[in-house]
Design a binder for this molecule. Structure first.
Ligand code: FES
Length: 112
């Protein structure tokens, strides 16, 4: 597995993990870069452990980091590399998942 610090944060992350740090690590691809998460993280949590937004508003271009966190508002839609849309707050991140937050696409799909 790639070297990473799944439970650590940096000054660029939105979230700080303070509990459940012992869950099994996994890796996924965020905008083409392999990063870490923990089994049981939502895609939203996994993304916000790496950066401060999950997407940019298609109307204003402003960064968004989700709103309701219960799958009701659609503020956290992100795309897999194949263009498939997923609701980040109610989708669990999986090993090898390929998520884009910058609008880039290729043909790899969401999971290996
Ligand atoms: S944050 Fe509202 S649907 Fe995900």
């Amino acid at each position: 597995m790639a070297s990473y610090r799944a439970h650590m944060t940096s000054s660029v992350s939105q979230l700080l993990r303070v509990a459940e740090t012992g869950r099994t690590p996994l890796s996924f691809f965020l905008d083409g870069v392999e990063v870490g998460a923990l089994t049981g993280d939502t895609v939203l949590t996994a993304i916000l452990m790496q950066q401060r937004h999950v997407r940019h508003s298609e109307f204003t271009g402003e960064p968004r980091a989700g709103f309701c966190m219960i799958g009701a508002c659609q503020d956290c839609w992100v795309r897999c590399e194949d263009g498939t849309r997923i609701r980040a707050c109610s989708t669990l991140v999986k090993e090898g998942m390929r998520v884009v937050t910058n609008g880039a696409r290729n043909t790899e799909g969401c999971a290996r």
